[in-house]
Design a binder for this molecule. Sequence first.
Ligand SMILES: Cc1cc2nc3c(=O)[nH]c(=O)nc-3n(C[C@H](O)[C@H](O)[C@H](O)COP(=O)(O)OP(=O)(O)OC[C@H]3O[C@@H](n4cnc5c(N)ncnc54)[C@H](O)[C@@H]3O)c2cc1C
Length: 381
Amino acid sequence: MTANLPPLPDDPLAEELDSFIRDHRLFERYRELDRSPEFPATEYRAMGRDGWLGLDRSPEDGGRGLPLARSGRLLYRLAYRAGTAFAKLSLQPGFASVLGEHGSKELIGTYYRPLVRGEVLIGNHLTEPNAGSDLRALATIAEPTATGYLLTGTKSEAAFARDAAWAIVYARVPRGSAKGDLTAFLVSQELRGVERELVPDLGERWMRRGRVRYDRVAVDASFRIGEEGAALGYVLPELDRERALLATIYLGVARASWDEVVGRVGERRVFDRPLAEHEAVGFALVEDWAELEATRLYAERTLERMDRGERADQDAALAKVMATRVALRTIDHAIQFSGGAGYSQELAHEQRWRDVRSGPIAHGSTELLLRTAARRIWRST
Ligand SMILES: Cc1cc2nc3c(=O)[nH]c(=O)nc-3n(C[C@H](O)[C@H](O)[C@H](O)COP(=O)(O)OP(=O)(O)OC[C@H]3O[C@@H](n4cnc5c(N)ncnc54)[C@H](O)[C@@H]3O)c2cc1C
């Protein structure tokens, strides 16, 4: 039986993106990065040079200035063809939007624009060993000095713990109130008092996550991003936007596994019939298709609403919840219906599953996002 695969969502830049992926062997690199984890610096620079970092970022900063809905379609395609790694890297300028949108002119010119060009890698240090979902528990302190601040605390779960040259670090400035509100700083990872430690991961191994300790690290006042105490207000809109874009990445990756297994079960014969004709297999894959596509349209509608300037934080959160759930189930079916081969590392399904598995945890866990949505539905009277 021949598989009749639905077309991928189209975009005027689709062919240019496909050539970039082919020329730079991004799928092969995605597979290699799992076996030999490292930051893909060469590809990152090429992505910056050819305009594949920060699709929605302003042209002034070096981005393409695309609407979010188009960015989502291209990220879906990039994830479909080359896995999570390069699609997530493409979002890196978005993950540093606090710097790009609230940093001083000097910080933007010297650090943010080079990031969009793929010349420098900047991490995000928000989570701490005792504070992830509950940001009220963040305890890193930025103590004011005559010229700036002394940063003390431990950040955990951080992507690029080894490879980032700089990080946006969130800390409390204890002025007036005992705890202080969150303030963001751009901090060189080479400063005295910064200590980095890697923690091996289930998937996304190229990110080389870990813990970073700050022990009275002196940060000049010119490296503060925006106003003291204002950082939470800066980072929340970023999280909303990135959740909806991440949803498109998880769906694109799952679509790749779906296409592959659909082809395979059409050809593989068991008990004198193609596997696809056995309803336990064929119907499950049809349902996966419907849910993948419905969730993609939900994410796209959410991004279109954000493009129109409408508030869509709840839909963005739920799009990520749905996308990770549907993607993990679809990839799991691809493993299952490929039989023993599906469990092996010869096929990409198991890597895709491990990589997507971070989705229900990072950028707001599923439970946290559902809790927020539930609080909107049932208001206490
Ligand atoms: C691949 C990956 C990359 C990451 N990169 C970064 C990074 O670069 N920088 C950074 O700062 N952080 C990063 N994180 C951290 C991530 O944002 C946190 O892990 C996440 O916010 C959850 O926080 P936590 O780990 O402290 O879990 P906790 O907050 O301790 O939660 C533990 C569990 O309890 C659940 N839970 C929490 N509150 C509730 C509730 N009220 N009701 C029900 N269940 C609840 C959670 O959903 C979770 O399942 C990354 C994580 C991953 C997996």
